[in-house]
Design a protein around this ligand. Structure first.
Ligand code: ASP
Length: 334
C-alpha cells in the first residue's frame, strides 16, 4: 500500500487572517484536512502529516529550514512512497531548487505545493493542489523534486513563481512540464528524469550571496560596500544574454575588486526565457575576460541554490566554475 509523508512548513495554505495580516496557524491545516472526505477515496494514498513548529511564511525560510526538510526526507525516505511538502509560494522555487541539489539520485517523488487562497476561504485552491500532489507522490512515477501548482507539475529547479494572484502561480519557462492534471493525471515521461540508485543527501551551510540586478544607468559605486563585506558569491542579473553597462570604466573597477577578493561572479539573465551567453556582445566581453561564471538557462533561484550546495561542498575557483556550468540535477540545458 502506497503511503505518503506530508510535511507542512507553513505558507498561505494553512494561514488564518489575524489583525496584522495572514499568518500560519498551528493545527489549522490538520483540522481542514480532517474535513475533506475526498481524502478517504481509494485513489488517494494514505498519508502521515508532520507539522513544523514554528510554521513559517516562506519569506522567512532560510538554509536551516531547507536542511530540516532535507534531513526529514532523508531520515524517512525508506518508510514512504513519496513526499509532499506544503510550503508558502513566495520562496517555493528556491526551496525546490535547494532540495534538488541536497537530495540527489532520487527514486521517489518530492512534490512541493501550497495555495494562493488559504483553506477555509471560498474558492481555495488548497484542496485540488493537495489531492493531486498526494496522488502524484503516491503513484511514484516522477523521481524528482517537483512543484505542483494550478494543475501542472514542474521540475522544481526550473520553476519560478510568476504570479502573485493567479491560481496558476508557477511556470518552468525553460523546461517543459512533467505532468498535467486534467480529467486524469497525464505524465510526460520524456521530460521526467530517470530514477537514481541511492539517495545522496548533502547538507548546506550559511553562504553570503548577493544578487545585483542591473538597471539602466546603474551606479556601481553603491555596491562597493557589499563587495568589501566578505561575500561568498555575487550573482549579477544582466540584461538579455548577460549584458551589463560599462559606465566610464566603473564596472571594470568594481569587477577587478571582486577579482582581487576571489569572489565568484555568476551572470544570470533578467529574461524569463532563454539563456545567458557571455561574449556575444561587447557589453559582456569583460565578464568573459575575468572568467565570470555563466548561468546559461538556469533560473536565478536555481543558481543561488546551486551556489549554496557547491560552496558548502567546498568548491572554489575553476572547480566551482566547471560545476556551476555543468548540469547536475536537470537545472541547466547545455
Ligand atoms: N507569503 C506566503 C508564503 O510564501 C504566500 C503564499 O504561501 O502563497 O508563505
Amino acid at each position: 500500500m502506497n503511503k505518503v509523508c506530508m510535511i507542512y512548513t507553513g505558507g498561505t495554505i494553512g494561514m488564518k487572517k489575524e489583525e496584522q495580516g495572514y499568518v500560519p496557524k498551528k493545527g489549522f491545516l490538520a483540522e481542514q484536512l480532517s474535513l475533506m472526505p475526498e481524502l478517504n477515496y481509494p485513489e488517494v494514498p494514505k498519508f502521515d502529516l508532520i507539522e513544523y513548529d514554528p510554521l513559517l511564511d516562506s519569506s522567512n525560510i532560510r538554509y536551516e529550514h531547507w536542511m530540516r526538510i532535507a534531513e526529514d526526507v532523508h531520515r524517512l525516505y525508506d518508510d514512504y512512497t513519496g513526499f509532499v511538502i506544503l510550503h508558502g509560494t513566495d520562496t517555493m522555487a528556491y526551496t525546490a531548487s535547494a532540495l534538488s541539489f541536497m537530495l540527489r539520485d532520487l527514486c521517489k517523488p518530492i512534490v512541493l505545493t501550497g495555495s494562493q487562497i488559504p483553506f477555509g476561504v471560498i474558492r481555495t485552491d488548497a484542496r485540488d493542489n493537495i489531492i493531486s500532489s498526494l496522488m502524484i507522490a503516491g503513484e511514484a512515477r516522477v523521481p524528482e523534486v517537483c512543484v505542483f501548482f494550478g494543475n501542472k507539475l514542474f521540475r522544481g529547479n526550473r520553476s519560478m513563481k510568476m504570479s502573485s494572484d493567479e491560481k496558476g502561480a508557477f511556470e518552468s519557462p525553460n523546461y517543459p512540464e512533467l505532468a498535467e492534471s486534467g480529467v486524469q493525471i497525464r505524465y510526460f515521461d520524456k521530460n521526467i528524469a530517470p530514477p537514481g540508485r541511492e539517495l545522496i543527501y548533502t547538507p548546506v551551510g550559511e553562504q553570503k550571496i548577493a544578487v545585483l540586478k542591473i538597471i539602466p544607468g546603474i551606479s556601481y559605486e553603491i555596491f562597493n560596500a557589499i563587495i568589501d563585506n566578505g561575500l561568498d558569491a555575487l550573482v549579477i542579473e544582466g540584461f538579455g544574454a548577460g549584458n551589463i553597462p560599462n559606465l566610464n570604466g566603473e564596472l571594470v573597477t568594481l569587477l577587478s575588486k571582486v577579482e582581487d577578493t576571489q569572489t565568484p561572479i555568476i551572470i544570470c539573465t533578467q529574461c524569463i526565457r532563454g539563456s545567458t551567453l557571455l561574449g556575444e556582445y561587447e557589453t559582456s566581453a569583460q565578464l568573459k575576460s575575468i572568467n565570470a561564471i555563466c548561468a546559461f538557462d538556469m533560473t536565478t533561484e536555481a543558481t543561488i541554490a546551486k551556489l549554496y550546495y557547491l560552496l558548502s561542498k567546498g568548491y572554489r575557483g575553476e572547480k566551482l566554475k566547471l560545476r556551476m556550468e555543468t548540469n547536475l540535477a536537470g537545472e541547466l540545458t547545455r
